[in-house]
Design a binder for this molecule. Sequence first.
Ligand code: 5AD
Length: 377
Amino acid sequence: MAINATEQTIEQIIQKVDNDAQLSVEELQSLLEITEHKQLQALYACAYRVKACHVGKVVYLRGLIEASNICQKDCYYCGIRVSNKRVKPFNMSQQQIVEHAVLAYEHGYRSVVIQAGERQNPTFVKHIEGALAQIKQQTQNQLRVTLSLGEQSEQTYQRWFNAGAHRYLLRIETTNPELYQQLHPADHSLQTRIDCLKTLKKVGYQVGTGVMIGLPNQTAKDLVADLLFMQQHGIDMVGMGPYIPHHDTPLGKHTASYDEQQKQQALTYGLKMIAVARILLRDVNIAAATSLHALAPNGRELGVQAGANVIMPNLTDLAYRASYQLYQDKPFINEQTALMNETLNRSISALGEKLEIADWGDSKHYQARVKSKPFHA
Ligand code: 5AD
């Protein structure tokens, strides 16, 4: 196995990518294990070439709406787990969700993500279904809606799809069964999550998944397996980011906040994963996650330079933002400029990229997958 790969072998691996050759598992792992500055820059540049070639020099915007922090799950790493009683619960009304989406639409967005803690009860299902129907109506069906609302039954996924949702994000978190078990209570199941991803695809969604990067006990080999899982399951979109400890969680409570060096390491690992994901998966949409920005002010721009092509500015009403702390030091909780993010426009343009707000930005992978099948109206 090519652990401790020399500069020569990294160069050779990158050459293989440039020649459009498939990489072996060991080669993918070698890329994830790069630590040397020059090699890192070569990896990012290589992934960026793949991005430019397969999805273009474009970054799509999705407006993120955090509709509620109420969650029935109890994941050991997550700040809004049900057992964290320090969280002040909030739950947007149907009207508030619709207003957020319509406001995004009026500001030029053609794609939003509605995210909330997981709830599987009939009231919640109806709440979302109603919001979707109104959004569709009030935006003349011109707004692509991504949902990120956890594990649900096939019937629920179908109802939301019928009501107007187009895409669904459900992170697998990790595909290593032992690690998954360490991170979740016994009633949370990796298999259920895999089944949900299959169901989402069957229903017709553009399907996204992702993992946390740099979890305790996680290896580069695990992360390669995660990326191969995404490839095998024909995933259209990838949303993944570095793990950041939250002090009100079982996993994070004994960890001091990251110091600058740890932040840098977590950021680098996140960027390497984006780069290797781009190299392996090519035409999928990959988000430069907000957690990258939590680790460095230019984290999302670095994400784009490592191969990401989606950014999700947070449009949630400031009154709620501080209560949606999945991890510590989450950025933008006081940022008023989310809607008209001139700064972002400038920084992305400076990379030679076009920041695209008015395009649905469907995943090219999805478009290829359903080439002959028109999208549901
Ligand atoms: N660090 C990084 N990401 C986290 N998430 C939850 N907790 C953390 C954390 N401590 C991510 C999970 C989840 C998504 C909503 O947020 O991947 O799927």
